[in-house]
Design a binder for this molecule. Structure first.
Ligand code: UDP
Length: 457
């Protein structure tokens, strides 16, 4: 450990999926006696201070710009955007906070390094101006990062005829993907426009950064981490799973009603499917109806967390399934649910946090990717690490109730589900070993903290 404790600045992107892991990363540093300062905006401040209420951190607020076209003033998180299509405007607007960010850097002269979100690409310029090493964090698996990077540099997409034709990734013959697994921005022959410019800026600023932090562990994706560190820059450091740094919820506190419901199911010896699609997914009314039918027909016990479309539930669904299913319309502690003994499967959109949290809780996944790099995570879950199965997704990404029903039964009651449950237990145990003293992530974090990047870049 360096002679004086390091002071680390963290700047997460304003969405729950990016903020939560960054806060758990803060815990890892705090356990190594580091001083941690977190940059955010007023609307996200209380979430952060509550999440880390048992720790000593400093939070500094920057003011999010107002009067951004189509973004209602006061929207300071992508989870609260009226439409996900406004995401690029929101991300671009963060750059307007750069002068305030530089004021903060001026007043913090002894920073060891900063970790800022990959989407806050402009922070690298400020870091260089103030000679603070910048590490970048994207909240993606090494698998998704490595295959995307290989693909962008290869000619392969030009040779593919159709969106669902399987092809293998150069360097990884076993990895089979389709064009549908990527956002159009990566597969367009001549990409252009503000979203493309944004992605280019992020990629460029990553290449100018000191390192890339990965919320994963070596044993889970050693081939992809090795490939990245042999072929690409900056160096990737896998120091996760970050969620294992989170404290277990205090059992003396009053349990939320849905956890008490899970307790009852456990007492009755019944397994429960957890259904949740993260903090941002947009689900059409038509699709919502199919999910309801799929759950109803499958006859399994379930706990479904819904964020939007609540009005679509007003047809007696909850009453009809009340003996075996509940719908929760509030923010839940997902880790608490996944860690509950009654949970035997997770129907998930495969945001990377959800996948890694499911692994750590040793719960197999029914993968239903919806956007961003989620299709790659779903491939990883089903075909690479084999801890889950993929939902049958039809044309335009639509999933039919009967397919969902079949897949749910397969995971919860079938032979495949049994196999996946066994596998995820092994992988989950490896995750725990990785963060324990002497484990791969523990050692990598030590190495990171021992380096004085200011003097030895
Ligand atoms: N989450 C939660 N409660 C909720 C919804 C989400 O705790 O009601 C957490 C979840 O545990 C995960 C994050 O929010 O840490 C969502 O991240 P993920 O990458 O899975 O999906 P995203 O929201 O980014 O699409």
């Amino acid at each position: 450990m360096a002679s004086s404790p390091p002071h680390i600045l963290l700047f997460p992107f304003m969405s729950k999926g990016h903020t939560i892991p960054t806060l758990n990363l803060a815990r890892l540093f705090l356990r190594r006696n580091a001083t941690v300062t977190i940059i955010t905006t007023p609307a996200n401040h209380s979430f952060i201070s509550n999440f880390l209420s048992d720790t000593k951190i400093t939070i500094i607020d920057l003011h999010f710009p107002k009067n951004i076209e189509q973004i209602p003033n006061g929207t300071e998180s992508t989870d609260k955007l009226p439409k996900i299509s406004l995401w690029p405007s929101f991300a671009a607007a963060t750059k307007l906070m750069q002068p305030q960010f530089e004021e903060v850097l001026k007043n913090l002269p002894h920073l060891s390094f900063m970790i800022t979100d990959g989407f806050l690409y402009w922070t690298v310029e400020s870091a260089n101006k103030f000679s603070v090493p910048r590490f970048v964090y994207y909240g993606m698996s090494s698998f998704a990062q490595t295959v995307s990077r290989i693909l962008v540099q290869s000619e392969i997409l030009r040779e593919i005829e159709s969106d669902d034709e399987l092809f293998s990734i150069p360097g990884f013959p076993r990895v089979k993907l389709t064009r549908n697994d990527f956002e159009p921005i990566f597969t367009d022959r001549k990409p252009k426009g503000p979203h493309f410019e944004f992605i280019k800026n992020c990629a460029f600023s990553t290449s100018k950064s000191q390192g890339l932090l990965v919320n994963s562990f070596y044993e889970l994706e050693s081939d992809f981490l090795e490939y990245w560190n042999t072929h690409f820059e900056p160096k990737a450091w896998a120091v996760g799973p970050f969620c294992l740094a989170e404290e277990r919820p205090n059992q003396d506190c009053k349990k939320p009603w849905w956890v008490r419901w899970l307790d009852e199911k456990e007492e009755q010896g019944k397994g429960v499917l957890y259904v949740a699609f993260g903090s941002q997914a947009e689900i059409s009314a038509e699709q919502f109806t199919e999910i309801k039918s799929g759950l109803e027909e499958s006859e399994v016990n379930f706990l479904w967390v819904v964020r939007k479309n609540v009005s679509e539930l007003g047809d007696g669904f909850e009453e009809r399934v009340k003996e075996r299913g509940i719908v929760v319309k509030e923010w839940v502690n997902q880790r608490e649910i996944l860690g509950h003994e009654s949970i035997k499967g997770f129907l998930s959109h495969c945001g990377w946090n959800s996948v890694i949290e499911s692994i750590c809780a040793k719960v197999p996944v029914l993968a239903w990717p919806m956007m961003a790099e989620q299709p790659l995570n779903a491939r990883m879950v089903a075909e690479e690490i084999k801890i889950g199965i993929r939902v049958e997704i039809g044309k335009n990404g639509f999933v039919k109730a009967e397919d969902l029903e079949k897949n749910i039964r397969e995971l919860m009651e079938g032979e495949k589900g049994k196999e996946m449950r066994k596998k995820v237990k092994e992988v989950g145990e490896a995750a725990i070993r990785a963060v324990e003293e002497g484990g791969s992530s523990w050692k990598t974090l030590n190495e990171l903290l021992l380096n004085d990047f200011r003097r030895h870049p």
